[in-house]
Design a protein around this ligand. Structure first.
Ligand SMILES: Cc1cc2nc3c(=O)[nH]c(=O)nc-3n(C[C@H](O)[C@H](O)[C@H](O)COP(=O)(O)OP(=O)(O)OC[C@H]3O[C@@H](n4cnc5c(N)ncnc54)[C@H](O)[C@@H]3O)c2cc1C
Length: 226
């Protein structure tokens, strides 16, 4: 299995494996697997575009045998249970998107307020002010969607669709805001020491992990159509 976050130092991993071949998604179960199980190998950390503070690697299960008492949850319903965790993770991804977007907005606001052209800061340009205003407005909308999904989770209500909407909108907003922030920071934003370029490299993964934007749109449509 490729692209597993924290696998370079995890002692335990939770995997979903086929336990009833031929029964599709209703024939899979969750297992806790110890890292030192014979046959389990973790590769060297993979090189990524961003998210330098977290490591990921490939895990190979070469004939690894796992006893039945390491099964988590119900037999054959592991995929369904894993989806519940994924759905909850989508609310967290949305919040991460808002957080990163806010950091990018702050960085752009700081740069634009301090960057002087002649006697005036570049916030004197309408383009700069309007871009910052749009970034803030989109982030606020993303935050409201995130809070709505989180409240449904707290209330024990069905939150799948709300989680997908929040994740879709917040992570795409984050990418947009990080791109605009780098643009507003000009050449300084493009330099390796700038926070803006780091935000720009970090943001994209939120649209990919925990189900890509397309998977969120499929989930939202399924709820519309039922
Ligand atoms: C930094 C990072 C950390 C990760 N950590 C983990 C982890 O800890 N655990 C884990 O299990 N995974 C992890 N992943 C993997 C991640 O969950 C997958 O990359 C993600 O689900 C997308 O799958 P894929 O890469 O196979 O994309 P692909 O399936 O190759 O998709 C490629 C493109 O095609 C589109 N596409 C694919 N299928 C459809 C469809 N049915 N309809 C419409 N469009 C479609 C996708 O949206 C995407 O744009 C991580 C990935 C990254 C980048």
């Amino acid at each position: 299995k490729l692209y597993i976050t924290n696998s370079p130092f995890a002692d335990f991993m939770v995997i979903v494996a086929q336990t009833a071949p031929g029964r599709g998604l209703k024939g899979m179960s969750l297992f806790v697997v110890e890292r030192d199980t014979p046959g389990v190998r973790v590769s060297a950390p993979l090189k990524k575009l961003g998210m330098g503070a977290s490591e990921m690697a490939e895990i190979v299960f070469g004939g690894a045998r796992v006893p039945a008492d390491q099964r988590l949850g119900s037999e054959h319903l592991g995929f369904v249970e894993a989806l519940k965790v994924l759905s909850l993770g989508r609310v967290a991804s949305a919040a991460q998107g808002v957080g990163l977007g806010r950091a990018a907005l702050e960085e752009a606001l700081r740069y634009c307020s301090q960057r002087m052209q002649g006697d005036a800061a570049i916030t004197g340009h309408q383009f700069v002010r309007f871009t910052l205003a749009d970034m803030a407005t989109r982030l606020e909308a993303a935050w409201r969607l995130t809070l709505r999904a989180a409240r449904l989770v707290d209330a024990g209500s069905d939150y799948d669709c709300a989680a997908s909407m929040a994740k879709l909108f917040a992570t795409e907003t984050c990418t947009h805001v990080c791109e605009r922030a780098l643009h507003l920071c000009g050449a300084q934003g493009y330099m390796r020491e700038s926070a803006a370029q780091r935000f720009y490299r970090d943001c994209k993964v939120f649209e990919i992990g925990e189900g890509t934007s397309e998977i969120q749109r499929e989930t939202i449509f399924r709820h519309l159509a039922r």
